[in-house]
Every structure is written in structure tokens, then in C-alpha cells.
Design a protein around this ligand. Structure first.
Ligand SMILES: Cc1cc2nc3c(=O)[nH]c(=O)nc-3n(C[C@H](O)[C@H](O)[C@H](O)COP(=O)(O)OP(=O)(O)OC[C@H]3O[C@@H](n4cnc5c(N)ncnc54)[C@H](O)[C@@H]3O)c2cc1C
Length: 420
């Protein structure tokens, strides 16, 4: 343990924890990130494949890019931003999904969203599935989209919380990988890796933080770990924090996994287009062809479909993808694809899922989770964001907000406010 006595311990070195630590560092407050993994970044994770391509196994898109702090950070780092439109804003190939059907589907989707927006204005929160039109032939695919957006089908998703998400519809990417940017951003901050926080005792004057590498004393703690782990009480608080456990349980992590595959003869396709494996069901993957123009396919699996494949083993994702792609492009396609890498986020013990959604009725749990306790325990992480939840920029903002609360609680008037 490099330091057993600090001002502030930040539990979790993901995007939120890094943002908080950086803000405290600039404010000259002695913060220490305690991260259970051997690396910083959490659900931001870039790997380099055999061809030298940076592949984001976690977050990749700079959503709401026109107001996303990671854009400026990436630019400062000298990374390259790709501003081309994302596959879901381009017309997909007609093969397997003729244009008239695509038009019909997108019209049904627009109508669904309009009904959902209306439902969300109601007094009572309801499952977003209440906006599905009974018997509509596109309900399966509309549900598949929910598994990509929320990691769960609409029946589990709060209509009001979904409606609160703020999306500017500008989506960019980092050629070197968003995971690379997040990791680099934390590189110079005081941090101890491979060190799991087990317990936090907040009875005494100073906080007592029990870790796998020994104890640390601190004035304040920022807890920036996934809701799944808060709900499972993986950190034991003394006294217990029942309201946090309950709020976290209302904000589970949906499940989404990406499989990268190499693609022979990729030039046949336009770059950055999307095809669905099936258009008549929820249990289907979305295939992003030639991301950045590379000879690759990025397959996206969500919700119950991803959960079933995770349980079968890594190879099940590739087998499923091949069976769907052959259905769309014909038998010979199987010879053109090879698996590169998948990360099963649901089985990752330090994530247990991909990104948060709110259960019906749990729409206020984000604010409850984010609320400080006694001005000594602070909470951050994407799930604490009311409007930008489930994203890396939402995580960033919650980290900065928690650090600002710490600064205010310490009464240090010399610290200049930060815009990021
Ligand atoms: C497949 C996938 C695709 C995604 N796509 C996008 C996208 O395109 N755009 C986007 O903006 N977002 C995307 N996201 C979501 C984004 O990655 C997350 O919202 C964001 O990275 C969460 O950051 P965080 O700091 O809140 O949590 P995390 O990144 O999970 O960080 C929490 C950290 O806490 C650590 N930890 C846990 N328990 C302990 C403990 N007891 N002691 C110490 N450390 C602990 C963990 O190891 C982890 O490093 C995606 C996520 C996934 C999985």
C-alpha cells in the first residue's frame, strides 16, 4: 500500500473514479484511487488485435459528442476522432431486410417512441413495454433495440427513466480506442491497483477502509463502483447503508457484449453499416460491418440473448453470429469470418453487467444513489447520472460532481471551480 493515510479514497478507477481523482488532484487534495483490477478504466477497455487495430470491448461511442468531455480529453492526448455517422444513422444494406420493410420498421419504431414519450409524462412510472402496440410485427426487433440500448427488453425498463436520457444524436469515435483515452487520463494519478476495497467503517472521526492490501484512513470516500456490486453489498459499510443497497438494486446493469471478427473480402460492403441477424425477434445480434473501414465485424449481443450465450461459453457467440450471418449472406459467408475477441461483461466479477437501466418505478433511484452520506461518503459512477446514465461521459460528470461535493464539504474556498 503506497499510502495508508490520505484525504480522500476513491473506490474504483473507471471513468467516474478517474474524473473524481483528477478533479481532486487539480484541487491539491490528496486523493488515492483504489482499484481492484490490475488496470484502470473499468468498463472502458481497449485491446489491440493482431492487425494493430484498437478494439473497444467496453465503451466505444462518444455519445452526445458535441458536449462530451472525453472529446476534449482525447484531443488533448493527440488521439484521432472519427466523426462519421454511426451505423444506426446510416441506411443499412437491403440484403436480408428489403428497403420497404426497413421503412415500415423505422415508422413503427418512431410511433413506439412517440407513445413511450407520452407514457413517461404520466403520474405513475410504467414498464416501457407498455408502449408496444399489441400484435405489431416489429415488436421483436423493437425489443432487440432495447437490449442494445439498455441491455434488457422493454418490459424491465422504466419508461420515465428512459425518457430522461439526454441524447444530442451526435456520435463520434476514437480511432485509438475510447478505453485507451480513459486509461491514459488516469495514468498519472495516485492509484493502487490489484487492491479491492472490502469494507468501509464510517463510525469514527476518520473513515477506516479495509482493502485486500491493508487498511487506509481517510477523511472522505468516493464510491465509484458498478451498481451490481453495491446491491450485492460487496463492500460492507458499518453502519450499513440500506438506502444505497436498495437504490442500486433498482438500477441493475443490463447486459451487452461485443464480439469482434475478422472479415475476408470486406470491401464488398460499405463501411460502418449495420445488419440485423433476424428482423422478427428480440434474440438477434446487430452486426456492424467494417467499423472505421477495417476488415472486421463488430457484433453486438444484448439482454437475454447475451445472457444465454455467456452461459454457454465464449465460443457460443461466434457460433450464433455465424449461423445468423449465413442466414443473411448465404452459406459461403461462414468461411470469411474468424473470431478475434469477446469480453463477457456479465461474468466479469468486477462489473457483473454492462450499463445501468432503471427498473419500472425506480426512476428516482439515481438521485438516491448519488446523494452523499454525512458529507463523508460520496457516490459516483454512470448510474448516478440522471440524464447521461449508462455512458462514459455520464460517469465522468458524476465523478467531477462527487469531487466537487468533497471539496465543498472540506470547506476549501481556494479551489477554483472546474468545468470538467
Ligand atoms: C459492451 C459495452 C459497450 C458500451 N458502449 C458504450 C458506448 O459506446 N459509449 C459510452 O459512453 N458508454 C458505453 N458503455 C458504458 C461505459 O463503458 C460505462 O458507462 C462506463 O465506463 C462506466 O464507468 P464507471 O466509472 O461508472 O464504472 P466502471 O468502469 O465499472 O468502474 C468501476 C471500477 O470499480 C472497480 N471496482 C469494483 N469493485 C471494487 C472494489 N470493491 N474495490 C476497488 N475497486 C472496485 C472496477 O474494477 C472498475 O474498474 C459500454 C459498456 C459496455 C460494457
Amino acid at each position: 500500500m503506497p499510502s495508508s493515510d490520505v484525504d480522500v479514497v476513491i473506490v474504483g478507477g473507471g471513468a467516474a473514479g478517474i474524473a473524481a481523482a483528477r478533479r481532486l488532484h487539480h484541487a491539491k487534495i490528496r486523493g488515492l484511487i483504489v482499484e481492484a483490477r490490475p488496470r484502470l478504466g473499468g468498463r472502458a477497455l481497449t485491446i489491440i488485435d493482431g492487425s494493430g487495430f484498437a478494439l473497444d470491448l467496453g465503451c466505444g461511442w462518444l455519445h452526445s459528442a458535441d458536449r462530451n468531455p472525453w472529446v476534449e480529453i482525447a484531443t488533448e492526448q493527440g488521439a484521432s476522432i472519427d466523426k462519421g455517422p454511426p451505423p444506426w444513422q446510416r441506411q443499412g444494406p437491403a440484403i436480408g431486410f428489403p428497403r420497404p420493410q426497413q421503412q415500415e420498421f423505422y415508422a413503427a419504431l418512431d410511433q413506439f417512441h412517440a407513445r413511450l414519450e407520452k407514457l413517461a409524462q404520466g403520474e405513475t412510472d410504467v414498464p416501457a413495454s407498455a408502449a408496444l402496440e399489441p400484435g405489431n410485427r416489429w415488436n421483436g426487433l423493437i425489443n432487440a433495440l432495447s437490449t442494445y440500448i439498455s441491455g434488457a427488453e422493454w418490459d424491465r425498463v422504466s419508461a420515465q427513466d428512459f425518457d430522461r436520457y439526454a441524447d444530442s444524436s451526435i456520435n463520434w469515435r476514437v480511432v485509438e480506442g475510447l478505453g485507451t483515452v480513459v486509461k491514459r487520463c488516469g495514468a498519472d494519478l495516485p492509484a493502487v491497483r490489484d487492491c479491492r476495497v472490502l469494507a468501509i467503517d464510517h463510525r469514527g472521526k476518520r473513515l477506516h477502509i479495509e482493502t485486500t492490501q491493508g487498511a487506509i484512513a481517510a477523511d472522505q470516500v468516493i464510491v465509484a463502483i458498478p451498481t451490481t456490486l453495491v446491491a450485492a453489498e460487496q463492500i460492507a459499510f458499518t453502519p450499513a447503508l440500506a438506502e444505497k443497497t436498495e437504490a442500486a438494486a433498482g438500477l441493475p446493469l443490463g447486459l451487452d457484449d461485443k464480439l469482434f471478427m475478422s472479415l475476408d473480402g470486406a470491401d464488398e460492403f460499405e463501411k460502418d453499416v449495420r445488419v440485423f441477424g433476424h428482423t422478427d425477434r428480440a434474440a438477434t445480434a446487430a452486426y456492424h460491418l467494417r467499423p472505421f473501414g477495417r476488415p472486421l465485424i463488430e457484433a453486438y449481443f444484448g439482454g437475454p440473448c447475451a445472457a444465454a450465450l455467456e452461459a454457454e461459453g465464449e465460443g457460443a457467440f461466434f457460433d450464433f453470429a455465424v449461423s445468423e450471418l449465413v442466414g443473411v449472406f448465404g452459406h459461403d459467408f461462414a468461411r470469411r469470418v474468424r473470431p478475434i475477441r469477446i469480453h463477457r461483461w456479465g461474468l466479469d466479477p468486477l462489473a457483473l453487467g454492462s450499463y445501468s437501466f432503471a427498473l419500472p418505478g425506480a426512476v428516482d433511484d439515481r438521485a438516491k444513489l448519488a446523494a452523499p452520506v454525512d458529507n463523508r461518503l460520496f457516490f459516483a459512477g454512470e448510474a448516478c447520472s440522471t440524464h447521461d446514465y449508462s455512458t462514459a461521459h455520464g460517469a465522468w460528470h458524476t465523478g467531477v460532481a462527487a469531487a466537487d461535493q468533497v471539496i465543498a464539504a472540506r470547506g476549501d474556498a481556494t479551489v477554483a471551480p472546474a468545468n470538467r
